[in-house]
Design a protein around this ligand. Structure first.
Ligand SMILES: N[C@@H](CCC(=O)N[C@@H](CS)C(=O)NCC(=O)O)C(=O)O
Length: 267
């Protein structure tokens, strides 16, 4: 009897291991970035005024991954202002948006990516330095939540202000729609800032309640910093009634990576 139970246990275990082998086999990972596939150059395309580009600049700096920064406006703005579009940027960015990422290996083979959060995740994965995602599933899911929230909710509000206050007058030579700015500042932004304040008010150090600074902090910090780069003050908008958020943003913006990414905008 004992032998029988032992036998079925072994059979069950081998079934599990066979299953995990077959699961792994469904996602083969071709030999990457070694031998002649070795990456020779990593290029980030995009203007530093873009909060999405900032997300990736900060990630490169945090991860200490060497890269070339090629400044460009999105294709739509280049076309609107009668400027040429670099063919390598066009190839790296399927929708003409910034940022776009391009890497070239020793065989001159190119690998491209778009979407700031996807690029940041990739840069985080290729270097062991300073991990920006926790390995624990729950904490990692929280990081993904705040990355998603920043992209879907915070960015549209802050980006609308950047578009009205900077892109329209400085690039498109159009007038700012002051009513639109007022609506964002009075109606759209406050509940978002309230949510971030509430999230931080349990005393957590970082926005996704992780032990270390993560990709969630990079993305949230990058979009909040837009207020400073769009002729407003992030701290003023956050105000004294959101003390956790103002202390948090101060801590994020004091990091060398953020200072470096924001430096070209101060010059
Ligand atoms: N979801 C994209 C958004 C990127 C994005 O919208 N970038 C703006 C510049 S800040 C852009 O390229 N806009 C031009 C367009 O929408 O065609 C990302 O995270 O990379």
């Amino acid at each position: 009897m004992k032998k029988k139970i032992w036998g079925s246990l072994v059979a069950l275990l081998s079934l599990f291991s066979l299953q995990s082998i077959s699961l792994q086999a469904e996602f083969p990972c071709p030999e990457e970035n070694s031998g002649t596939n070795k990456v020779q150059e990593r290029i980030l395309w995009g203007a530093p005024i873009s909060p999405y580009v900032r997300t990736d600049l900060v990630t490169f700096y945090e991860k200490k991954v060497p890269f070339t920064h090629n400044n460009t406006l999105p294709a739509k703005l280049l076309t609107a202002t009668h400027q040429p579009i670099d063919k390598n940027f066009e190839a790296a960015s399927p929708f003409g948006k910034i940022p776009a990422y391009e890497e070239i290996d020793a065989n001159k083979k190119r690998f491209t990516l778009s979407e700031s959060a996807v690029i940041a995740d990739y840069i985080n994965q290729i270097s062991q330095e300073n991990p920006l995602r926790p390995t624990c599933p729950k904490a990692n899911a929280q990081v993904s939540f705040f990355i998603g929230y920043a992209g879907s909710t915070l960015a549209p509000a802050t980006h609308a202000i950047l578009f009205e206050n900077v892109v329209k007058p400085a690039v498109l030579k159009e007038k700012t729609d002051e009513a639109r700015v007022k609506t964002v500042l009075q109606n759209e932004l406050p509940p978002i800032l309230d949510f971030l304040e509430k999230s931080l008010s349990d005393g957590r150090s970082w926005i996704a309640d992780t032990q270390n600074f993560s990709l969630a902090d990079i993305v949230i910090g990058s979009h909040l910093a837009t207020l400073d780069t769009a002729k407003l003050s992030a701290m003023e908008q956050i105000g004294t009634r959101r003390p956790h958020l103002s202390a948090y943003l101060k801590k994020v913006l004091e990091r060398d990576s953020f200072k470096k990414a924001l430096k070209p905008l101060a010059e």
